[in-house]
Design a protein around this ligand. Sequence first.
Ligand SMILES: *[C@@H]1O[C@H](CO)[C@@H](O)[C@H](O)[C@H]1NC(C)=O
Ligand SMILES: *[C@@H]1O[C@H](CO)[C@@H](O)[C@H](O)[C@H]1NC(C)=O
Ligand SMILES: *[C@@H]1O[C@H](CO)[C@@H](O)[C@H](O)[C@H]1NC(C)=O
Length: 569
Amino acid sequence: MQPGKMKGLFLTRLWKVVAVLALATQHVAGKTVKYQVHEEQKVGTVIARLKDDVADVLAKLPSSVSLRFRAMQRASSSFLTVREQDGEISIRTKIDREKLCEKNLNCSIQFDVLTLPTEHLQLFHVEVEVLDINDNAPQFARTVIPIEISESAAVGARIPLDSATDPDVGENSLYTYALEPNNFFKIDIQSRTDGAKYAELVVLRELDREVRSGYELQYTASDRGVPPRTGSTLLKISVADSNDNSPVFDKSSYVINLPENAPVGTLLMDLNATDADDGTNAKIVYSFSSHVSPKIMETFKINPDSGRLTLIRRVDYEAVNSYDIDVQAQDMGPNSMPAHCKILVKVGDVNDNKPDISINLMSSQGNGDAAYISEASPLDTFVALVRVEDLDSGLNGEVQCKLHGQGYFKLQKSYENNYMILTNISLDREKRSEFSLTVVAEDRGTPSLSTVKHFTVHVTDENDNPPRFEKGQYEIFKSENNAPGAYLTSILATDPDLDANGQVSYSILENSVHGSSISTYVTIDPSNGAIYALRTFDREDVSRISFGGKPSPGGGGKTPRWSPNVMFS
Ligand SMILES: *[C@@H]1O[C@H](CO)[C@@H](O)[C@H](O)[C@H]1NC(C)=O
Ligand SMILES: *[C@@H]1O[C@H](CO)[C@@H](O)[C@H](O)[C@H]1NC(C)=O
Ligand SMILES: *[C@@H]1O[C@H](CO)[C@@H](O)[C@H](O)[C@H]1NC(C)=O
């Protein structure tokens, strides 16, 4: 936790960087917007207002449109919230950088924001970098560190000391160690291969147990935060009587390469320390030095008699890529002084992670694996956002993404590992109403691993087809003296559109026959096109009536007309 007095300082430090990403599509613009925010800020803190920061993009849209901003779901984006009306990004739950990213220097929350309605869809990629604050002090696992040193220890003899841990990063992480000033010991700070610092206790002058048998010295770790934080422990050094030779390792350090798929039980090293003494004074016992981390004790085991170092838990390059192991060898004689040896285990990446594909569909109706796109959508309409990820490193983690869209859809890279699926044709539901799309992600490892995901695009109907009659003209011959209400004929129009868009109703166009409205002669059933006579026709009076009509709804403007002729004989 950050002390209260520091909060105000960080609240005011919000930065913004905006980078434009050019996308070669007519209808969707993509843009990456970058912000920075310190961890541990209070819930509700506003980071940015997208509406202002992407005003240049939004300016191209008609001003009458009332835009809405919508964040696309992503696990890490749950820390932030995006307000619908103006795209204001604020903190939803307190962000603890150490929990989110552990020791990673680059820690960011990334998500995508769309503007709705879909006719005015714009896509923004938001990256909020979470900056570290010095909210953790270095800490030692033990409050007292007992150390035994033989009085025969040479000036310059070295004993590795416990390391402290500090989950912060950069300047806020562990920087150095200090030892309470004294005339007999100093510390020398060393760096491990992973950059972590540790200290060695160095004997500065000859020790004489008869003069002084013990020392208690404060040992402190500190970071370089502003202000710095420190953690301390007590070195309890006892000087032991000695008349014994210490064991010796052949080399003081070894490097071992271990592939991450090495099975449990793998032998890493067979250590051989030697001792010049005889009997129990030469019987060597191997162990990890007392200060090795719990992670090392859970992962490796050293056989106390043989010095064989074996793997007891599988390693994962993506989690930890190297281990610094301190081993000691001590003989069984009285007042023995252990010898120390360092083993650096370098974990090698193996292509053990498949690429992961996540697909965000534009207009899915509740159900996650189908998108619904109107047949009126123009070319290059945005259908889905695809993100691929692979936890491996190097080529093993480089992913190529492909779309099997049968030429109807295309995949377009938007930014790093993110792609858009766009329409590549004008859709026509009456020709094809459903497409199955397959996204394939393949890494470049050897052998390469791949992942396949499917989803369906349903084309939704628009009233884009007028009804059509079977014929442009119908001729009906009827005997005169029919009864009023006699059925004359039926006409039929069909419309390939769906549901209401495809339902046809019929009506007769106003016209007059011998000065009377056509509606006094004939009528049509609007639902089925059946035409009935309304009066008794007399051939001597009217031998032929012609009228026209139209079906509706006739989307598309060019409603066909029909014109039956009824002739009486
Ligand atoms: C962190 O980001 C910077 C700039 O964005 C980049 O240069 C650097 O390589 C990144 N570091 C890591 C460890 O990913
Ligand atoms: C220790 O001795 C064994 C058996 O002689 C040998 O196989 C092994 O390589 C030696 N270890 C080292 C680190 O030299
Ligand atoms: C998109 O359509 C064009 C023209 O019809 C075609 O040449 C191209 O191969 C299509 N793209 C994809 C990715 O299918």
